[in-house]
Design a protein around this ligand. Structure first.
Ligand SMILES: Cc1ncc(COP(=O)(O)O)c(C=O)c1O
Length: 337
């Protein structure tokens, strides 16, 4: 099945990663949880504060460069790591970035709107625009396209990184690469735990493993939608990925496993499980998770170990997707003030 990977060569990339990210054992947490726990350090992908989105942006910026773009437009939550990463990627490629920030999390105060990723986006020289809805992917994408049209009329060459499902899932290709990289580093893990938001990271990693013949179960931890909605979304991402690569049926419905028990109280909101998980990782291993994605994901991992879904002693790979700048924007929630 390696021929599926051969298809990736047709997509241009902007090479932001300078080598594989580390894959290391978490000795103290292994003892604490009673599993053989390993971590893929995709929080350290290098550019602009790192994180999973850098791998995905290698493909989007590669496409933007191939089209001769001078401006990248992207939409996300106010504290989106993705838009911050895109601003860094654009800077690295000598392009302008337009970051459209959506109101996805109600009731947040001034620090949420100014610190963390928003601050970094400003330092990266990005232009910030606002979109008033938080659950309107099609509308947010359309607003970006309208903005791109206005730039085009001024003689600029914009490239829109779309959010909605009805687009080519280029970002998932970055996580097929990550799966291959992880298998080369350590081929004997028995379970993978990874965040599941837009689905590009989760589905890309799963697709990469299956394309290389690995049948390791991959638990996607829901960070935005419940298990039913996320499963439907992942199926759509899988279908689009298959179409993009011209290969059908190598990911099946049975491969898609999601867990939403750590999602409460909802996207971008910090519950006690996430708070505890962030503390546990920091105090046991000296590593920082984030309040929206990797903290929830690790909380999900702890649940799956405690409820027996992950067997005692299992060799587990936790994919750390980064996001720590958001800690500063969520300080009251993280500290429970
Ligand atoms: C730190 C972090 N982890 C995980 C995710 C989820 O990745 P995906 O949207 O590919 O599912 C995101 C999304 O922005 C993120 O910023």
């Amino acid at each position: 099945m390696t021929n599926i990977f051969d298809q990736l060569a047709q997509f241009p990339i902007a090479p932001f990663l300078t080598g594989p990210t580390a894959l290391e054992r978490l000795d103290r947490l292994s003892d604490h949880l009673g599993v053989d726990l390993w971590i893929k350090r995709d929080d350290l992908t290098g550019l602009g504060g790192g994180g999973n989105k850098i791998r995905q942006l290698q493909y989007y910026l590669g496409a933007a460069q191939a089209e001769g773009a001078d401006t990248v437009l992207i939409t996300g939550a106010v504290q989106s790591n993705y838009v911050r990463s895109a601003a860094a990627a654009a800077a690295k490629c000598g392009m302008k970035a337009v970051l459209q920030l959506e109101d996805r999390v109600p009731g947040k105060g001034a620090i949420y709107r100014t610190s963390g990723n928003v601050l970094l986006g400003q330092l990266l020289g990005a232009e910030h625009i606002h979109y008033p809805e938080g659950e309107d992917e099609a509308g947010a994408d359309q607003a970006l396209r309208d903005h791109a049209d206005a730039l085009r009329a001024q003689g600029r060459v914009p490239y829109v990184i779309p959010l909605g499902l009805k687009n080519k899932p280029l970002g998932a290709l970055g996580y097929m690469d990550a799966a291959r990289e992880a298998l080369v580093q350590k081929g004997d893990f028995e379970v993978v735990v990874i965040p599941s938001g837009s689905g590009a990271t989760h589905m890309g990693f799963l697709a990469g493993l299956r394309a290389l013949g690995s049948q390791v179960p991959v638990h996607g931890i829901c960070v935005r939608r419940d298990a039913e909605a996320q499963t439907a979304r992942l199926q759509e991402v899988a279908d689009r990925l298959a179409a993009l690569l011209g290969a059908e049926g190598w990911i099946t419905r049975a491969d898609i496993q999601v867990y939403d028990g750590a999602l409460a109280p909802g996207y971008g909101r910090v519950g006690p499980k996430t708070r505890d998980a962030i503390r546990l990782m920091a105090e046991q291993e000296g590593l920082f998770l984030d309040p929206v994605y990797s903290g929830k994901c690790f909380a999900g991992l702890v649940d799956l170990v405690q409820n027996g879904s992950i067997a005692s002693g299992a060799r587990v790979l936790f994919v750390h997707t980064g996001g720590f700048p958001a800690l500063f924007a969520y300080q009251d929630d993280v500290l429970n003030l």
